[in-house]
Design a protein around this ligand. Sequence first.
Ligand code: NAP
Length: 295
Amino acid sequence: MTAKRIDGKAAALSIRQRVAELVPEFVAKAGRPPGLATVLVGEDPASAVYVRSKNRSTAEAGMVSFAHNLPDTISEDELLQLVIDLNADPQVDGILVQLPLPKQVNSTRVIETIDPGKDVDGFHPMNAGRLATGLPSLVPCTPFGCLSLLKSELGDLSGLDAVVIGRSNIVGKPMAQLLIGESATVTVAHSRTRDLPGVVRRADIVVAAVGRPEMVRGDWIKPGATVIDVGINRVPTDDGKGRLVGDVAFDEAAQIAGAITPVPGGVGPMTIAMLMRNTLVAAHRREGLKDPEGL
Ligand code: NAP
C-alpha cells in the first residue's frame, strides 16, 4: 500500500486565505487591523527564518506586524519590560516570543508575563489550563495545525486510538488534550515508554513530536494508520547543505500507513497558518466580537 500524502501546504494556504478574507470585516468593525508583535532575541538562523516568515504571512493576510529584534545580551528584566509594554499596546492583539531564549532569560517567566488574551502561541499556563479543562482558549499553533489535518483526513476522531510520541508543553501535551477533546483514546509516549514500537502499532493515529530523525520505522505503523510527523531535523548530506527529515522514516511508513504528512510541506506550514488564525481570533475577543466563523 502507498499512503496518501497529506498536503499541509495546501491546507495552510486555504486557512491563510480565509483569514485574509475575514480581516477587512474585522477592520470595518474595529476601525483598525489586527496586530501581531514578534520578538526575536539573538541571531539563531533557524529562529530568524521562522520569525521572518511569520511577519511576512501577517502582512500578506492584511494584518500588521511589529517586529522586535533584540541582541542576545538582553537582560531578563529588559525583555519582561518589552512584554509588559506590548501587553499595554492597544494595537497589539498577539505577542509571539520566539523560543529558545538565551540562558540568562527564564522562558517560563517571559511566557507567564504575556497577557493570556494576547498569547497567540497558547503557551501561557492559563491557556494550557483552559485547554485541559475544555474551556475556550488560545491553542498552541503546531498541535492545532495537526488536529486540523487529522480532522480533514478522518472526519470524526471519536473512539480512534491515538498515540502521541513526545510530551513537551509546546506540542505533545496540547496535542494529547486536543485529541481527548475529540474523544479519541489517547496514549502519550516519551523517552521512558516501554516497547514504543508495540505502543505505536496499536494506533489509528500517530503524532510524532520527538526531535529524532526518522526514529519511527515503517514496521511500527499499523496498516492504514494516519501519521502526522511534527519533527523537523536537519541531517548532513554529501554536499554539506543538509536535508530536512521528520521523526518518521517517511519512505518506509508510506508503504504501510493510510495517510502521512511529508517533511517539509506537512505540519510546518500549518503552524504559521494557525498563528494567523489565532491572531485574528485574539483580535476579535479583545474587541468583544464573536469568534470569526469558518476557521
Ligand atoms: P522536545 O521539547 O525536545 O520534546 C521531545 C519529546 O520527545 C520529549 O517528551 C521526549 O521525552 C520525547 N523523546 C525523546 N527521545 C525519545 C525516544 N527515544 N523515544 C520516545 N520519546 C522520546 O521537542 P518539541 O519541542 O516537542 O519538538 C519535537 C519535534 O517537533 C522537533 O523535531 C521540533 O523541531 C519539531 N517541531 C516542529 C514544529 C513545526 O512547526 N512543524 C513546531 C514545534 C516543534 P521526555 O519528555 O521523556 O524527555
